[in-house]
Write a protein that binds this ligand. Structure first.
Ligand code: ADP
Ligand code: MG
Length: 399
């Protein structure tokens, strides 16, 4: 893994001002934060810096205010939740740079924590304007990035600042980078990837990258239908991108060349209507799908075969559910495979890393989220990482 400075490299920071990029883009309902997971993720970093005597300035975006002040998107709406998680008072500063920040920093004591306003209120943030970054950097002595979830954006607070101040990966960033490196950067072989979800088109780059990286590519979910169609299977009324069957064939050829085995389901769960426990539900071989049926989940025989594949593997990276898991019983394959991966992880035979909005929901639904080696809540950044892309916020931290 390439080298990053971490909080271990900090030396004495008593009295120094630490600009800390965190993820405060929290889900809200009626003005209240509904899920503070992202704050909990960065709490160790924030508290470690404060306890070492730094004056901590939190830096984050919230929503999409498009470069203008917008009172409905003030990051101060997260203040109560942040104070709750940290168990400390946090001062709010309604600017990100300039004399107001300077004055506020002047009254902070060593170990105090403050929150700067939404970085995206200023157009320089998303433009990664060096002048804007310089103005922010003027308030700080060092920069810590603890927001992997924002690292796929080259913005002033995620990328520009890292070039202007001594830059460090926070604890959550460090943990995420280590976990991702263990999964795809420098994994123990054999490696399996599960790629599911609705559409091939949303994950083309992921599939193309993975065939050259992994030993087993397990394709499930709606996107499996496009691959099945490419192999001449009649998928009936299933979600299927018929215009992408040639692309699917090309990916399967590339896998062949790279020595990657592609696993498609050979039995499936079908139904004429998409509803909870529909009367027309049945399990059949992929070659027996009727013209008026939809494939909504991977079948039980295929799941058993996939379990045998996972048992031979040392590393698993998973993005995308195997079926329409929000609607019972089309969660069965996702839940079964997730439990197998969790059990193998607990036994110590598998390193398992998963990510993606719906994937995290599906693994929570299966009750196994704590048993995976690592679950990334980063969404877009996780997918770009699965495409083998260099994330600008991560690259900028390199020493
Ligand atoms: P993630 O957010 O983890 O990256 P996606 O957004 O790509 O995952 O895909 C999740 C969606 O795919 C879910 O809403 C699920 O219902 C849908 N899905 C999975 N399998 C099927 C299927 N066979 N037919 C229709 N939709 C499916
Ligand atoms: Mg999704």
């Amino acid at each position: 893994m390439s080298q990053f400075k971490t909080l271990d490299d900090l030396g004495d920071i008593r009295g120094k001002v630490a600009l800390v990029r965190v993820d405060l883009n929290l889900p809200m309902n009626g003005g209240a934060v509904t899920d503070a997971t992202r704050v909990r993720a960065s709490a160790p970093t924030i508290l470690e810096l404060a306890d070492a005597g730094a004056k901590v300035l939190l830096l984050a975006h919230f929503g999409r205010p498009k470069g203008q002040r917008n009172s409905t998107m003030s990051v101060s709406m997260t203040l109560d939740a942040v104070e709750d998680v940290l168990g400390r008072e946090v001062m709010f500063i309604p600017e990100v740079a300039g004399p107001v920040v300077g004055q506020a920093v002047g009254i902070l004591r060593d170990g105090d924590i403050a929150m700067l306003e939404n970085t995206r209120f200023w157009p320089g943030e998303e433009a990664n304007d060096p002048e804007f970054a310089k103005a922010i950097a003027a308030s700080g002595d060092l920069y810590v990035n603890d927001a992997f979830s924002a690292a796929h954006r080259a913005h002033a607070s995620t990328e520009g600042l890292a070039h202007l101040l001594p830059a460090y990966a926070g604890r959550a960033m460090e943990q995420e980078l280590k976990a991702l490196d263990a999964a795809l950067g420098n994994p123990e072989k054999p490696v399996a990837a599960v790629v599911g979800g609705a559409k091939v088109s949303s994950k083309l780059a992921v599939l193309e990258y993975l065939v050259g990286k992994v030993d087993h590519l397990i394709i499930g979910g709606g996107m499996a239908n496009t691959f099945l169609a490419a192999r001449g299977v009649n998928v009936g009324k299933s979600l299927c991108e018929h215009d992408l069957t040639q692309t699917a064939s090309r990916i399967m050829d590339a896998a062949d060349h790279a020595g990657c085995t592609v696993h498609l389901p050979y039995d499936v769960v079908v139904s004429k209507e998409f509803a909870v426990n529909p009367p027309s539900l049945r399990v059949c071989n992929v070659h027996e799908v009727a013209p008026d049926e939809m494939i909504l989940d991977v079948g039980p025989l295929a799941v058993e075969a996939l379990a045998d594949v996972l048992k031979t593997c040392r590393t698993l990276v998973w993005n995308g559910p195997m079926g329409a898991f929000e609607t019972e019983p089309f969660d069965a394959a996702t839940v079964a495979l997730a439990r197998i991966a969790a059990a193998l992880t607990s036994e110590g035979s598998l390193v398992s890393v998963a990510g993606g909005g719906d994937t995290v929901a599906a693994l929570n639904h299966a009750g196994v989220a704590d048993d995976f080696s690592y679950i990334s809540t980063a969404g877009g950044a996780f997918l770009e990482w699965m495409e083998g892309k260099e994330l600008p916020g991560v690259a900028a931290l390199r020493t």
